[in-house]
Design a protein around this ligand. Sequence first.
Ligand SMILES: *Cc1c(COP(=O)(O)O)cnc(C)c1O
Length: 264
Amino acid sequence: RVAAELKYKLRHFRECFYIPKIRDLPPVDLSLVNKDENAIYFLGNSLGLQPKMVKTYLEEELDKWAKIAAYGHEVGKRPWITGDESIVGLMKDIVGANEKEIALMNALTVNLHLLMLSFFKPTPKRYKILLEAKAFPSDHYAIESQLQLHGLNTEESMRMIKPREGEETLRIEDILEVIEKEGDSIAVILFSGVHFTIDSTGCYVGFDLAHAVGNVELYLHDWGVDFACWCSYKYLNAGAGGIAGAFVHEKHAHTIKPAFFNCV
Ligand SMILES: *Cc1c(COP(=O)(O)O)cnc(C)c1O
C-alpha cells in the first residue's frame, strides 16, 4: 500500500522528464511493440533521463556567459563561483548527511581517489583493501592504482569477495567471516550500494553510491559510514558531466585530513 501511495504521489514528476520513444531508439523487434510508445526506461543506472527544464537552465547560463562573461561568477540566479554550494542543501538530504560532511566536486572516480588518499594509510600489518570481486571496472582499477601508489603487491593486497556459487549477491555472514578472519590486515573496505551495514573495528568502510543515490533512501551520517562517493548523472538525472559528491563522516573531523579537498 505504501508503495502504491508513493507511486501516486510521485506520479506527476514523470511529466518533468523526456522519455525516449521506441522509434528513436536503436532497432528492436518492432513487430513486438508499438513504436510510437514511450520506452519503459530501465537504464537510469547508466544515464538518467533528461529533465525538461535542463535546456532552459542551460540557455540562461549560456546567455549570461555571452552577455557578462566573467561577471557571471558572482551575479545572476546561480553565481558560478558557488555553483557547488547552492546544491549542498538539496544533496545532504538525498544522502542523509550534514552539510559539513559533503563536498560536491569532480567526477565519482576522482572523488574515490581523493577519499582513498585520505583513508588508506597502509602499514606493514594493515594493508589490504576488501572489495567485491565484481566491482565496477573503474572502481577496481582505482583500487589497484591506490595499492600501486603505495608500492603494494596488488594480488596480495586486494582482498576480493564474491557471492557463493549460484548466487548473485554477497551474504552478510560471508563478509563478516572475512572481516573476522583477516580483519587485522584490512585497512579499508569498499563496497557499492547499500547492501551492507558493517560493524568493523580498526578499518574504515566506504561506499560507492553510484547506483544508490537518488534510488534508495540513504542515511550516511546515522549509519556511521566512514566515507562515500557518488555521481549525479545516473538516478539523479544531472546529465553527463554533472558534478559528483564525496562524504566524510563528522566523526573524522579531527582525525582524518581529507586529501586535497575540504568538505563544506
Ligand atoms: C557509474 C559508476 C562509476 C562511474 O564513475 P565515473 O567516475 O563517473 O566514470 C563508478 N563506480 C560505479 C559503481 C558506478 O556504477
